[in-house]
Write a protein of this length. Sequence first.
Length: 107
Amino acid sequence: MRDILGMMKQAKELQSRMQEMQEKIAAIEVTGTSGGGLVTVMLSGKGDMKSAKVDPSLLKADEAEILEDLLVAAHNDARGKLEAKTAELAQQLTGGLALPEGMKLPF
């Protein structure tokens, strides 16, 4: 009986940590860049693009394909930063709790 109470306490603590982590992740904003800073995008903690900025020098009709590639690259850069920040935050909040391989937080 004592083990069950301990497990329930741990489960409740983990649930509280997960809630805290979700709130912190929602507040994260990361910026990705490409083209030497000519293109930047900002993502929210949920991965939504909040803004995109393009240097005016890229706004030429014959360079549309370059701009499109740079936007994708900047988004991918920001997404990578977001995933790294999220993983770092998850590790901090779970106290190094070992999760099964392939399992990502938040669920």
